[in-house]
Design a protein around this ligand. Structure first.
Ligand code: BV8
Length: 241
């Protein structure tokens, strides 16, 4: 079995599904109940900030009640084991705005679409922890302006975070694993094509069903993440990866 030195993992909402947090495009998913262009765009926020705050306040509250599942824990243990034995780079890039990877113990982690438990001031850019509700009545502790606080998440049409660091990791990796993502939203959905085009990495999709980009992956495993991810990680770790 190959020993991988530079591993990049990409997760999406499917990894948090069994923790009780909704996905977006599955049956009953958030975007089947709400219009993303009325809730997850800068234009939506300037048009009706309180409607957007209510949507993210509801999701922030359900995040607090959720707990990491076996998929989150197995990724965190894998990262820790590789760090302990100096096995090389391990980067977890998540599209998710929940904190379940952190709460499972993941450390080498980038939230490319931001984080629900942070607010950002549209006036001065200050980022603060946010565990309760946001509203337009709130005042920024840094610049003192009222009404400018927003969820620190990436909306459609906004540039995802840490793209340079992610691109470097993708270009250096020899294992790329996408977990629980429909492969619908770019630029994340294009990561596998970027890696496959370089021809130096093994690519794996672990999902409930084939994603939009499934044909770009060399290996594909389907089933609930709380079962498929621990099994995948265990198989690799038992061969010393
Ligand atoms: C940008 C906000 C550019 C946070 C979200 C081509 C290139 C570049 C951009 C575009 C492009 N084409 C179109 C675009 C624009 C757009 C886009 O991709 N649109 C799509 C709809 C076509 N992209 C953007 O706007 C991005 N920005 O490109 O900026 C730019 C350039 C210069 C200057 C400025 C800007 C920004 C994208 C981020 C938008 N934010 N949400 C929030 O509210 O959470 S999108 C939303 O989708 C979430 O962030 C989510 O993480 C993300 C991806 O969804 P998934 O995680 O994949 O979830 P989904 O429900 O779709 O799928 C779940 C999967 O899990 C399913 O496959 C299911 O089978 C599986 N599953 C379910 N249960 C389980 C499971 N798997 C395992 N186990 C289970 N139990």
């Amino acid at each position: 079995m190959t020993r991988y030195t530079n591993i990049v993992i990409l997760t999406g909402a499917g990894v948090s599904a069994e923790s009780g947090l909704g996905t977006f495009r599955d049956k009953g998913g958030l975007w089947t109940k709400y219009d993303p262009y009325k809730l997850a765009t800068p234009e939506a926020f300037s048009e009706d900030p309180e409607r957007v705050h209510a949507f993210y306040n509801m999701r922030r509250a359900s995040m607090t009640d959720a707990a990491p599942n076996a998929a989150h824990h197995s990724l965190a243990h894998w990262e820790a084991a590789r760090r302990e034995n100096g096995a090389g780079e391990f980067l977890l890039v998540t599209q998710n705005v929940d904190d379940l990877h952190e709460r499972a113990g993941s450390r080498s982690l980038l939230h490319m679409h931001g984080e629900l438990d942070k607010s950002r001031c549209s006036c001065c850019g200050d980022i603060q922890p946010c565990n309760g509700d946001l509203s337009t009545a709130m005042t920024c502790a840094t610049c003192g302006k009222t009404g400018g606080l927003r969820p620190h998440v990436v909306w459609f049409g906004e540039m995802p975070f840490d793209m340079d660091r992610i691109a470097d990791a993708l270009d250096a990796c020899d294992l790329f694993v996408a977990i629980g993502t429909s492969g619908t939203v770019y630029p994340a959905a294009g990561f596998v094509q970027r890696v496959a085009a370089l021809g130096q990495a093994h690519t794996v999709e672990i999902n409930l069903e084939p994603s939009e980009g499934h044909s770009s992956f060399a290996e594909r495993t389907y089933g609930p993440a709380s079962e498929t991810v621990p099994r995948f990680v265990e198989d690799l770790r038992s061969s010393g990866v």
